[in-house]
Ligand binder design. Sequence first.
Ligand code: NDP
Ligand code: HSE
Length: 393
Amino acid sequence: MLHIAIMGFGTVGAGVAEVVRMNAASIAEKTGEEVNVKYILDVRDFPDSPYADKMIKDFAILESDPEVEVVVESIGGAKVALEFTRRALQAGKHVVTSNKELVATHGKELLSIAKARGVNYLFEASVGGGIPVLRPLFEDLSANQIEEIVGILNGTTNYILTRMVKGGVSFADALKEAQSKGYAEADPTADVEGIDAGRKICILSNLAWGKEVLPQSISMEGISAIHLQDVDIAAKAGYRIKLLGRALRLPDGRQTAYVAPHLVPENCPIAVVDDVFNGIIIRGNAVGDVMFYGRGAGDLPTASAVMSDVLDAAAHRQNRRDIGWNESAEITPAGEIPMKWYLRGSFSSEDAKTLCGEVEVLSSGAVITGALTEAQTKDAAEKLGAAAMLRVL
Ligand code: NDP
Ligand code: HSE
């Protein structure tokens, strides 16, 4: 019997309890071991819950119970979750989390405590919700040199964009819908302003290249500055606008990561990823492009990823998974790497050509430049009086 404790009985924590309940028999059959949720820690009261007899408020109870082998952290944030994770690892328990803020900001420290204590610290659910992407990255793609990771990493913003563009729903209403479905962060600013996707691209980058990239060292832009006019122009010209997280390692060794809205050509598989779904492309030098697709948020999808880690931790009780990252990466600001840009304004395409070189004309007053740095593009945009400037994948 594998005894686990869940910390935080919200969307994810309740989803974990439900997956354990609904798939108890098949999990036991596959792993040869039954899973028992022994404790659920939360600050709230759940008197009518079928789990009422398991609810605790004092972390020390699960910390000091030697029967509890795996602790699921789904509280969120980097305060109490950090303290409880440190203590659970120090107590010799495996910890599994969906908390990307904690992994992105304190992962290095927590992984080193886990190593010292001989336990696992696993976080598949911290990126891509239910999509298995971290384990394939550090396990199945380990024979590759990773060149690029790019994708839709936030379910809430992709849901909002889809509802606005395809459903004609307002931004505020679409955000409310995402919140009611349990997709959004406690403070949805983290979703809307690209911070959540930024934490996720840092985790992906850390695993791909083994060097720590902290969220505060990369540029993060969200969806609040996207105009529906640009969505329309882009669509007519064969592009979709998507919020992407992107991490690159260039042949000259420079490394960058950032989050920003992009025009994505409609023949790119990411372009058709809608609703709460995420789509992540990883390019390896042997395999080429591999794409991961699935639900990026929500209770049961995220719980699926959490439980995969719970079972993986149990399978690696003796032979712990040695994952981690070391010294800080040297990050080249994304703006210094030449990329294509979309500009829209009331300028002529001739003026755009004069300032930007060859351009693809999308419509009157809307062009895509060749590869330019951000500074070069801003300079041209200013001279053209452009009203919109977006990256192009
Ligand atoms: P919720 O807010 O739904 O759940 C968190 C729960 O923890 C709440 O019940 C909260 O109570 C409780 N809590 C707060 N403080 C404490 C404390 N000190 N001790 C015990 N319990 C506490 O969050 P989610 O389930 O949505 O998210 C949890 C984590 O998973 C976050 O890091 C999030 O980013 C991540 N995540 C979420 C996904 C999703 O689809 N929702 C998907 C993937 C990852 P109260 O409400 O009173 O604060
Ligand atoms: N708020 C996050 C999202 C949850 O919408 O993607 C999943 O990490």
